[in-house]
Design a protein around this ligand. Sequence first.
Ligand SMILES: [Zn+2]
Length: 185
Amino acid sequence: MIKCKILLLLSMLLTSFFTVAGEAHVHGVGTLQLALDDSLLHLNLSSPLDSLLGFEHLPRTEKQKAAVRHMADQLRQAERLFQPTLAARCTLKTYSLESPVLETGKHKGHDQKGHDHEGDNHEGHDHTDLNAEFVFYCAKPNELRDLEINLFSYFPGLLRLKTEAATPRGQSAAILTPSKRRITW
Ligand SMILES: [Zn+2]
């Protein structure tokens, strides 16, 4: 029964993830989906590259390549960026980062699906996102009831983060900002 409920939650979350991911690409606005599956806390982050990096084309200069490395280094330190309820004792288990700028030589910065170009005036500019998944293992998942998100401190170009959480305890949605960094459920 519990397993069924979790599967249902996950499928609802996936549905909403694709809804959110299909929204317009707006600079400064990212999305974060949170799902708790037994002891595993899944976080899916999606953001315009501009908000994390300041540009969205493939890095050309040494300075731009260094900026890409710096961004990836910051994101890898997910335990600084995301702080689940301390009592739940969560530790980072795996992560993955996905973006054309991280795969130099493979892509040519082509456009991705789900971008709304209506009304934008970047002539000849292809918008590009960064997608990341972080999985935390929580020793006491029943204690998990909130998540503090510190992305704003490390990425000042990020102004808003639309978050949705699906856990056995309940679901919630919130728009986080530099002055409101915690989602609870
Ligand atoms: Zn863009």
